[in-house]
Design a protein around this ligand. Structure first.
Ligand SMILES: Nc1ncnc2c1ncn2[C@@H]1O[C@H](COP(=O)(O)OP(=O)(O)OP(=O)(O)O)[C@@H](O)[C@H]1O
Ligand SMILES: [Mg+2]
Length: 296
């Protein structure tokens, strides 16, 4: 009877067992190594997340400080421009008067940009105060109507506020909602040369309300619609070239809507017009407020 040459037994089991054990040991070693790699990778990712958070905080703080510090000099420019335009210290020549109006308008643009940057930085840093209260939509609409009346320069465009029908009282931060609608309306007026801008509020899905600003303006092509809510995003158009702006207004609207537990959106057809909307809960729940109420 001949024995298998590699083992001392007839069935070769210990040899196969040895081989299997060796294979298991090598697999285990391989697995442990992979495991160590994964653990190291996690640690690295954690470290990167911490660095990223620090960088974001630093950026937000820098933006907040910078915009805050810009306010004082720009306000000084605005007040001195006002004094000169009012000719309190003596008359101006017509040319000087025109130049002062340019300075004043540039200072107004600049301070609006600084305000938007400061608001965005505060939201990003989680340092924004939400003050919800009960209020009637009609009151908010009439305040907005009053605010925009002096700004309606183009007679070819009408601004109207639809009477809210069957709208409950709202419990949210009315100043932040008003800020969103102001941005929508001022964009709609800016990008509409003729026709109308209409503001409407509709109850949708029981516990939510949708506010829409509908215009008959230049519209936005489908491929640009998603980007308009990003920071500094502007769609190229002849109007855009003529008018200034920073592309921060809608980014701010999106952030503000998020703070109020809602979302923004747009429906638009190039050359026909746009509808910008914000959908909010009728009653802001404390759980919907994503940031701490920590006033700056
Ligand atoms: N009603 C609208 N009709 C057509 N295009 C619009 C309308 N609203 C916004 N847009 C487009 O979206 C871009 C972003 O709007 P956003 O309000 O963020 O910036 P802006 O108005 O250019 O500048 P800012 O609001 O910071 O002064 C605009 O530049 C414009 O291209
Ligand atoms: Mg704007």
């Amino acid at each position: 009877m001949s024995l298998p040459s590699d083992t001392g037994t007839s069935d070769g089991i210990p040899a196969r067992l040895d081989a299997a054990l060796a294979e298991v040991a090598s697999l285990r070693a391989e697995l442990e190594e992979t495991n160590r790699g994964v653990v190291a990778l996690y640690a690295e990712l954690d470290e990167q997340a911490i660095q990223l958070r620090k960088a974001t905080e630093l950026k937000s703080r820098f933006l907040a400080y910078m915009s805050h510090e810009f306010r004082t000099p720009v306000n000084a420019i605005r007040s001195i421009a006002r004094l000169l335009i009012d000719q309190i210290d003596g008359p101006l020549t017509p040319e000087q008067h025109k130049q002062m109006l340019f300075i004043q308008s540039a200072a107004v643009d600049f301070s609006e940009m600084v305000d938007d940057l400061l608001d965005l930085a505060k939201i990003e840093a989680g340092r924004v105060e939400i003050s919800p209260a009960w209020f009637e939509m009609v009151d908010l609409f009439s305040a907005l109507r009053g605010m925009f009346r002096p700004m309606l320069e183009n007679e070819a465009v009408t601004l109207s506020f639809e009477e809210p029908v069957d709208l409950p009282r709202l419990y949210t931060d009315d100043r932040k909602l008003s800020q969103i609608l102001r941005n929508f309306v001022s964009n709609a007026l800016k990008f509409t040369q003729a026709g109308e801008v209409r503001v409407a509020a509709l109850r949708c899905g029981g516990d939510r309300v949708r506010f829409s600003v509908i215009d008959t303006g230049i519209g936005i092509a489908p491929e640009h619609q998603a980007a308009v809510f990003d920071d500094f995003s502007q769609v190229d158009s002849p109007i855009q070239k003529r008018l200034r702006g920073t592309g921060l207004g809608l980014a701010l609207c999106r952030q503000l809507a998020g703070l109020l537990g809602g979302e923004v959106g747009v429906e638009s057809e190039l050359g026909k017009g746009s509808t910008f909307f914000v959908t909010l809960p009728v009653q802001l729940a404390v759980a919907d407020v994503p940031f701490t109420h920590d006033p700056v």
